[in-house]
Design a protein around this ligand. Structure first.
Ligand code: WQD
Length: 340
């Protein structure tokens, strides 16, 4: 039985991926330090799947503890590495915190497995910056990151590429996420932003439920149809299923190389105002919003060319914007009655 280590497995994308791994018949072991998640997620996962997740609380920055963990768990056949800090704004304020955490954790895991493992890496479309051409393909040039967070993803991809070049038993797939939103249909797991949400959709749902004031649309003077910025929003459950497809491809050794990159998006762009409208339409909730200045570091528009994942992973996103908004709203309503 294949057993997958999910680092950061109580986080937003990690927890949804654990559900899909169980659904696909995998054994799972989660490690997390709860620095950006809540232990209650473990109970939620058991309620959703009927399986009590195997879990070890572990600081992946502690090299000795990571080595001991891997030595004690020789039945792990693959790794999905989510564990990382991911707040763009915070990374600008505290760059060394981001470089330490995101690199120590990645390197400790690779060292502990002696570079002999199937490894799925959680990367990001931020590596593209503002692409010169849209939709952006995996072969588009990586641009100087706008933030230390984005830089950790770019440098991590370079480290993995170079490691794979000299480690024939290290098989890596980097998944470049576009904008993950939404929640599991059970409304038992979802995004748990700490403090004021920096991302659009959790701010929308918290505004709609009365936790926040009006939404500020960061700029309506972009060169886009309605002036607001465009992103490729993807349902977190579709994203989770892509990780199972990536693990299966690594197990099959079907790839001609031991390092691959895939865009994980829908291939469609939606503007901020379109998202606001879609939320209102799909939930019946009226949103209050105001137009504000552009946010420092934002790009104008990005959406992915997703043909490579379709052709080689055999995966494509299936859930649309309406379901993204509806599931995000159901999760926010669940949280109101069941605060974490
Ligand atoms: C989306 C759009 C904002 C909040 C981030 C990370 C990226 C990736 C996905 C991890 C932008 C606008 C937002 C608000 C707004 N994460 N907005 N009002 O910045 O595209 O990407 O999440 O991999 O690394 O950078 O996502 O949700 O913050 O913003 O108008 O209150 O919504 O300007 O155009 P972003 P976001």
């Amino acid at each position: 039985m294949a057993k997958i280590l999910v680092t950061g497995g109580t986080g937003f994308i990690g927890s949804h991926t654990v559900v899909e791994l169980y659904n696909a018949g995998y054994e799972v072991i989660i490690v997390d330090d709860f620095s950006n998640s809540n232990p209650k997620i473990l109970n939620q996962l058991e309620t959703i799947t009927g399986i009590k997740p195997e879990f070890v609380e572990l600081d992946l920055c502690d090299e000795a503890k990571v080595k001991a963990f891997v030595a004690d768990n020789t039945d792990i056949t693959g790794v999905i590495h989510f564990a990382a800090f991911k707040a763009v704004g915070e990374s600008v304020q505290q760059p060394l915190k981001y470089y330490r955490n995101n690199f120590y954790s990645l390197l400790n895991v690779l060292y502990a497995f002696n570079s002999k493992i199937d490894f799925v890496f959680s990367s990001s479309c931020t590596v593209y910056g503002q692409p010169d051409q849209l939709p952006v393909t995996e072969s588009a040039p990586v641009k100087k990151a706008e933030s230390p967070y984005g830089n950790t993803k770019q440098i991590a991809e370079e480290m993995l590429t170079e490691a794979c070049a000299v480690s024939p038993e290290l098989f890596v797939t980097s998944l470049r996420y576009f904008n993950p939103v939404g929640a599991h249909e059970s409304a038992l797991i979802g995004e748990l932003p700490i403090g004021v949400p920096q991302n659009l959709v959790p701010f929308i749902t918290q505004s709609a439920i009365g936790k926040r004031g009006p939404i500020t649309v960061y700029g309506n003077d972009y060169n886009t149809p309605d002036g607001s910025a465009i992103r490729d929003y993807i349902h977190v459950v579709d994203l989770a299923k892509a990780h199972v497809a990536a693990i299966k491809r690594l197990e099959s050794k079907a790839a001609s190389t031991n390092y691959e990159v895939f865009n994980l998006g829908t291939g469609k762009g939606s503007s901020v105002l379109e998202i606001i409208n879609a939320f209102e339409e799909s939930t019946g909730e009226k949103l209050n919003y105001q137009i504000g200045p552009r946010r420092e570091g934002d790009i104008e528009q990005v959406y992915g060319d997703v043909n490579k994942a379709a052709n080689e992973l055999g995966w494509k996103a299936e859930l649309g914007i309406q379901e993204m908004m509806r599931s995000a709203w159901n999760w926010e309503k669940y949280l109101k009655d069941n605060p974490f």
